[in-house]
Design a binder for this molecule. Structure first.
Ligand code: ADP
Ligand code: ASP
Ligand code: MG
Length: 409
């Protein structure tokens, strides 16, 4: 018998009617003769609502208690789906992340899965049950509940598929696959039949929230082929895998925007060895994810250093940076949350030149100012004013002819 892992995101399980539709779909897969592990997200906007609830009683809630709270969302989902399946006459059992044997590190709110002991899942499968597991959560070494970061149910699904050596891992969502850009932002966006792990990894880490980037990392590492498809009807989706067909006319595979960034500029930093090391060592110690870094040309022995951080880490960044200003002898720091990072991604960039020029040219002809740039072999990212993010995504999508993605080469 083959084993399928199927994950359903928040909008797919938003209310009782959605749950019944998902139950029917899961039941049908079971009737086709497959073993089934189902991973669920919290219903609809539950996670956002729980975060808002916490903030009403405490502006900076303890991370441990926050995870205790957020993990409840997924627990509601799995129990409801189990009940809906029972109503259809199916055998099903729900498990929390810890009950399913999912171990994490102790980085509350962005924990990494460190291992899975799937014995209990296997026993339940062997008894003929559909096993429904809470996404987004696991147990720390001190037996506390930790969550995996927003969108973390994707990672639960892929990690379970790897641990159980599943035959298929399907991520059901509210769009029918992975597009050349967010279809809610670019009406011309085209659905991709397939995409390479490396490209999807970049797109996901650069803001395309259709998959959590860590889920793609796992998929690549363990060779799990993913299918991203809609839960709202029965159409094939997009396959995420190692190798994909090259298309000569497509250099860039996709465009992504990340609107959850902030830019920090430290002014008049003495231009001498050790300053950057001190700064970034302290930021790393505070567990802050620094992304793009730019150091300006030195003038009179002083320079400005700018870098980006996730917007929800800006307060912690401020605490760390402000305490260092005197030590490193800088003049001060500015914090700018009105920025967005817009990126183009494609393995075709490895073998084509002039891609950066085309990108900057397209942005400048729309009078969009580029404030920071960073590149890797398969991506170029720019920081711009956040108000222009959607416009920039559309401009770049057109400039790289991504609306032609489904035309034969
Ligand atoms: P789920 O709740 O199922 O996990 P998410 O909201 O996390 O769903 O992810 C699906 C959303 O990702 C889509 O509704 C879409 O707006 C967005 N998205 C962003 N970039 C892309 C892309 N390149 N292709 C498809 N969807 C994208
Ligand atoms: N419920 C969590 C979130 O909203 C995890 C997920 O949906 O993947 O981020
Ligand atoms: Mg998601």
């Amino acid at each position: 018998m083959s084993l399928f892992v199927q994950k359903f995101g928040g909008s797919s399980v938003a209310d009782a009617a959605c749950m019944q539709r998902v139950a029917q779909r899961v039941y049908d897969t079971r009737m086709e003769g497959h073993d089934l592990v189902v991973v669920l997200s919290a219903m609809g906007k539950t996670t956002d609502n729980l975060i808002a609830l916490a903030r009403q009683v405490n502006a900076q809630p303890s991370e441990r208690e926050m995870d205790m709270l957020l993990a409840t969302g997924e627990q509601v989902s799995v129990a409801i789906l189990a009940m809906a399946l029972h109503a259809l006459g199916a055998e099903a059992v729900s498990l929390t992340g810890p009950q399913a044997g999912i171990a994490t590190d102790s980085a509350h709110s962005k924990a990494k899965i460190t291992g899975i002991q799937p014995d209990r899942i296997r026993t339940q499968l062997a008894q003929g049950r559909i096993v429904i597991v809470c996404g987004f959560q696991g147990l720390t070494p001190t037996a506390d509940i930790a969550t995996l970061g927003r969108g973390g149910s994707d990672t639960t699904a892929v990690a379970l598929a790897a641990a159980l050596q599943a035959d298929r891992c399907q991520i059901f969502t509210d769009v029918d696959g992975i597009y050349t850009a967010d279809p809610r932002v670019v009406s011309q966006a085209g659905k991709l039949d397939e995409i390479a792990y490396d490209e999807m990894l970049e797109l996901a880490s650069l803001g395309a929230k259709v998959l959590q980037s860590r889920s793609v990392e796992f998929a690549k590492k363990y060779g799990v082929e993913l299918e991203v498809l809609t839960s709202f009807d029965r159409r094939p989706g997009t396959i995420v895998k190692e190798e994909v067909r090259e298309m000569e006319h497509i250099v860039v595979r996709g465009v992504a925007a990340d609107k959850n960034q902030a830019k920090v500029t430290i002014q008049h930093v003495p231009d001498r060895p050790g300053v950057a090391a001190t700064l970034f060592k302290e930021l790393a110690a505070a567990n802050i994810n620094v992304d793009m870094i730019v150091q300006n040309v030195s003038e009179k022995g002083q320079t400005d250093i700018s870098f980006t951080v996730p917007r929800d880490e800006v307060n912690r960044t401020r605490t760390t940076v402000d305490s260092l200003i005197e030590t490193i002898g800088a003049a001060g720091a500015q914090y700018d949350v009105d920025i967005a990072k817009v990126s183009i991604v494609g393995v075709g960039m490895r073998s084509h030149s002039g891609v950066a020029f085309r990108m900057f040219d397209a942005l400048s002809s729309d009078k969009i100012n580029v404030e920071m740039i960073s590149t890797s072999e398969i991506k170029i990212s720019v920081v711009i004013r956040s108000a222009y993010a959607d416009q920039a995504v559309n401009v770049l999508h057109a400039a790289f002819e991504l609306d032609r993605v489904n035309e034969p080469a």
